[in-house]
Design a protein around this ligand. Structure first.
Ligand code: SF4
Length: 144
């Protein structure tokens, strides 16, 4: 990857079929635009890489009475410990070459940036890489 700045991108936005329903959310041209702007792309799917199956039951974030965030499926199983453990290892790995840009899928319990509470991966990388740029707008209006 040389000296190229790294862009971490939610893998489903690049066409990987890693969503809970087995589908993707391909944004045509996203890869091409990032590469043209000089980024080395790192496609990441927190849920699949943490070991959750594809497809998998949909999950939602909930604030527990003790202030912790739970990531519950319809059966009430909390996947937050698994995801947070993966996030910690991924942040350590990314720290070796800190990313300049994160392009993350909106409205996801892992990748969502704007929601409350934010996605678990989104929150972890925002905290770990405060000087990176973060966007959930894959149209990337600010790129050339
Ligand atoms: S965890 Fe993120 S990358 Fe994986 S499918 Fe969900 S939104 Fe896409």
């Amino acid at each position: 990857m040389g000296d190229c700045p790294v862009a971490v991108v939610s893998a489903c936005l690049l066409g990987r079929c890693c969503r809970y329903d087995g589908g993707h959310k391909l944004v045509p041209g996203l890869r091409r635009r990032l590469e043209a702007a000089g980024y080395h792309i790192l496609a990441v799917c927190p849920e699949a890489e943490a070991g959750l199956p594809i497809p998998r039951p949909p999950m939602d974030l909930h604030l527990a009475p003790d202030g912790s965030v739970q990531c519950l499926d319809a059966d009430g199983h909390d996947h937050a410990p698994l995801l947070l453990d993966w996030c910690e290892r991924e942040v350590a790995c990314l720290s070796q070459n800190p990313p300049a840009l994160f392009v993350l899928k909106s409205k996801s319990p892992s990748c969502g940036l704007a929601q409350q509470p934010p996605g678990l991966f989104a929150a972890a990388v925002r905290q770990a890489f405060p000087s990176a740029r973060f966007t959930d707008d894959p149209a990337l209006p600010e790129l050339p």
